[in-house]
Design a protein around this ligand. Sequence first.
Ligand SMILES: [Zn+2]
Ligand SMILES: [Zn+2]
Length: 254
Amino acid sequence: MNLRVLGASGGVGQGLRTTSLLIDDDILIDAGSGVGELTLDDMLSIRHIFITHSHLDHIAFLPLLLDSIFDRIEEPLVVHGQAVTLRALQEHIFNWVIWPDFSQLPHPDKPVLRYEIMAPAEICTLGERTLEMIPVNHAVPGVGYRVACAGRAIAFSGDTTSNDSFWDVLNARSGLDVLVVEAAFPNESLALSQMAHHYCPSLLAQDIAKLHHNPLIYITHNKPGSEDLIFAECRAAMPARRLQPLRGGEVIRL
Ligand SMILES: [Zn+2]
Ligand SMILES: [Zn+2]
């Protein structure tokens, strides 16, 4: 299993793309502006998109991806998410005002987009890969995913602040090789982190202490311009953990 990081920033700017992770060549987790790194052929290979939550930085390029491939694919691209998340996409994005309803195009009988409601704790099996949806604690209903294949596992937190649900589920599973977890703001923005339901390094360290596994931990979703400060604060707060900054363009092989 390969994880290609298309976007790992909390914002945009030269060289910065928002959250999108490509598993092998056919599964996308979130569809932020990182999708803009894909070639047309890359886009045509994607069969499944798993959405963590409805915020724009995680779905912004989904409408444009579908528009680029809508008359070139045989089978609909399946968008997986919580019912509330998929409903938000239908009502606020694919509503014929912001963008066409691609679950009806190019033809209602043969659309480019199919919604697949998934509930927390549900596991979706795709070939040898399994994706488990895990609830987290964000400003809108949000989830993370644990992706497993051939005895290896990677987990992605999505956007979240302090919670027990994500860590309890990871601890209940047999192993974890890689953890991709957010730290949106530096510690000076503790109040903002709590209000916006994100981690800062001190909040993240409190939750990482709950994790019984010792994965390689990649820190993602940093506020642009604060990357170095946030990572230095993560290192100071979690000296015993194996930490890396997650960078756009990186490929993690498992
Ligand atoms: Zn968010
Ligand atoms: Zn976000």
